[in-house]
Design a protein around this ligand. Structure first.
Ligand SMILES: [Zn+2]
Length: 357
């Protein structure tokens, strides 16, 4: 017996219903990084096509791009672009007939002000609509010491939980680089930083769970981006150790932590399903969908190169308008992104599992 939800952006208790539905049903939702209406709409279209709910997320730079890289005040653009994108999703998600979680990706120490401005927008939205603008934000202070990481997380969660928002935190380091956060240097299977300590997860649980809902990006050898095979060793059993420690110490039910899998692109399918079994409800996907989007544009241009050099063929006078129409080019990119997401929904086991009714 699973609960049902109204289609559209889900927040608060509905968000928790969505997370619990995924954990109990042993599936996870893809969290897709998007940068504009093309990728936002492709994400919602793919969810509708696959009968799955979906998480749509913005990095600070993705938000800025949504507002336009031409805006002079880049901080303001990061805030307003992300807010503008959120309004776009609120207006349309219901029409796609699925549930959408609106989230923002990695915010390191320097980006805390970005998150705080977004929370302000959610507080105002809560006053006028009874729900926040975003379902959740991520605060990634894994580069700082754990005391600072947890005290800042606590400070923001206290504010966010009042308006039904959830916080994603990170313990341990996801290898690789995502939009300027992190570095490629720490990739390598022997780096202990790439594996979250169960004791740290316990500390986070004890400190944050009394305040509000939080999810945890735990590191188990995952990296951002796609690298040479063999560079990375995924050890999902680390997730199980953390769950077991909290369950035993705090006498919770099984798998108390709501876990997030960063750097899902290029991961072994078998390790993905093991991780889901240990409480992962969200898997981020960015690199693979970026490639799918751009690959289609490259292919489209290669098919008719002359249409991208001349409006009219210089030899035989053929007009090329129908080929260079940006809608044709961008639609091919959307369809290619949707095709890659079809694969993600299958890998995560969420096909046909939408709670929207
Ligand atoms: Zn990440």
């Amino acid at each position: 017996m699973s609960s049902t939800l109204k289609p559209g952006v889900v927040t608060g208790e509905d968000y928790k219903t969505l997370v619990n539905g995924a954990k109990q049903g042993h599936y996870a939702l893809p969290a897709v990084n998007v940068v504009g209406t093309n990728s936002v709409n492709a994400a919602m279209e793919s969810a509708a096509k696959n009968g799955s709910d979906i998480i749509i997320q913005f990095s600070n730079s993705g938000g800025q791009f949504f507002a336009g890289f031409g805006l002079e005040d880049s901080f303001e653009a990061k805030v307003l672009g992300t807010v503008s994108a959120a309004h776009h999703v609120h207006l349309l998600a219901e029409k796609y007939g699925i549930c959408v979680v609106l989230h923002t990706d990695h915010a390191n120490k320097a980006l805390i002000p970005w998150v705080e401005e977004l929370i302000k927008h959610s507080e105002n939205h809560f006053k006028s609509h009874g729900k926040p603008l975003f379902s959740s934000h991520m605060l990634d202070l894994s580069g700082e010491d754990i005391d600072f990481n947890l005290s800042e997380s606590k400070r923001l969660l206290e504010r966010m939980s009042k308006i039904g928002m959830s916080l994603e935190i990170e313990l341990g380091v996801t290898g690789g680089e995502e939009d300027g956060v992190g570095s490629d240097d720490d990739i390598g299977a022997d780096n202990p930083l790439l594996y979250t300590q169960p004791e740290d997860c316990l500390r986070a649980w004890e400190m944050l769970s009394p305040i509000g809902h939080f999810s945890l990006a735990a590191s188990f050898g995952n990296v951002h981006g796609v690298y040479k095979p063999g560079n990375v060793k995924l050890r999902p059993e680390i997730l199980k150790n953390s769950q077991d420690l909290i369950e035993k110490t705090c006498e919770t039910g099984s798998r108390p932590l709501d876990l997030v899998f960063h750097g899902g692109s290029g991961s072994e399918k078998e390790k993905i399903s093991t991780a889901i079994g240990y409480g992962v409800f969200k898997m981020n996907i960015d690199t693979d969908t970026q490639f799918a989007f751009s690959k289609a544009i490259g292919h489209y241009v290669n098919e008719s190169p002359k249409a991208f050099l001349h409006q009219v063929d210089p030899e035989d006078g053929t007009p090329y308008k129908k080929l260079y129409d940006p809608r044709k080019v961008l639609r091919s990119a959307e369809l290619s992104m949707i095709e890659r997401l079809d694969e993600a929904f299958i890998d995560l086991g969420s096909v046909g599992k939408s709670l929207a009714k």
